[in-house]
Design a binder for this molecule. Sequence first.
Ligand SMILES: NC(=O)c1ccc[n+]([C@@H]2O[C@H](COP(=O)([O-])OP(=O)(O)OC[C@H]3O[C@@H](n4cnc5c(N)ncnc54)[C@H](OP(=O)(O)O)[C@@H]3O)[C@@H](O)[C@H]2O)c1
Length: 307
Amino acid sequence: MPFHNIAIAGASGFLGQKILEHLLNIPGVTQVTVLSRSPQPDEAAPNRLVSFISISSYKDTESLASILRGHDLLISAIAGAAAGTTDALLVEAALRAGVQRFMPSEYTVDVLHPHSVKFAGSTILSAKIANATNLELLAEEGTIEYTTLVTGPFLDFWFSGVVKGVVDLEERRVMLYDGGEHQVSGCSSDFIARCVGAVIAMPDEATKNQRIRIAETQFNGKELLSTFEEVTGEQWLGVHKTTDALVDESNQALQEGNMRGFYLGQILKLGFDGEGSCYFEEGLMHGGGSVERLALKDIVAKSIVSN
Ligand SMILES: NC(=O)c1ccc[n+]([C@@H]2O[C@H](COP(=O)([O-])OP(=O)(O)OC[C@H]3O[C@@H](n4cnc5c(N)ncnc54)[C@H](OP(=O)(O)O)[C@@H]3O)[C@@H](O)[C@H]2O)c1
């Protein structure tokens, strides 16, 4: 296993917490440095492998580089709205520090799929595309390696009620975009964290400079509707909408200065329009074989219990 000394940014977040938890259970990991904007906690870290570094500004890439020196791998799980700029700064610092590999905070539809590139206009997506393109260039030059997990939607996030663009748990509704027949790939955040762990445990050449597509499960809107009905034993409403209507709503949100609405509309369009940005065969993780996965029915059942 090539990665022993690992740094992670964003480990206090929704996905980052789970990645950190898995990192600590990988045999061979000897040091995990948590980078956070929070002040240094008073109490000692709960695990002897972990050291916590408070970052006053990610813009100070020189200081960041001195912290990163000696690390083999830098993982970013920074929040979507900040990941674009912060990941670019993390890469700059990692280059200075000679970090072997970077895993970006991309974790979404395949942003380099031609349909995504043609379509995406929101700041978050454009920044993720720019960072992914830059990483490919740097890897070609041989200055840093990358491994990117292409995950599609986080199903525990989209089935949680935080956003209602796929499922509305309270109203017992499931969206059926463009008739609900396009296939979609998706993952729970636990599965993604386990895949990050698998990348670390795999031979480094197997994952070097790879955009690895992962799919814990695949489904279409109609299957999702029937799964919610099966799990709850209730009748749910299937709401028909076209992905073109999503684009109109997304553009309307932009005009109103609602950048989150603009981004979510674009992501839903790319997720559900069946043009390939969000339905894929799995990459290496499937070959790795060892990553435990849940069926759609189990992910849905968990979402019903926990929300
Ligand atoms: N595909 C999907 O459906 C889906 C769903 C959710 C998320 N995602 C993606 O997954 C990744 C992680 O998202 P998340 O929801 O886990 O993130 P999150 O919980 O919102 O935030 C993660 C961490 O980012 C750090 N952070 C927040 N704002 C920052 C800023 N302005 N500058 C620097 N650091 C900042 C914070 O860590 P500290 O306070 O410790 O610094 C925070 O705990 C993102 O790329 C996001 O787009 C994808």
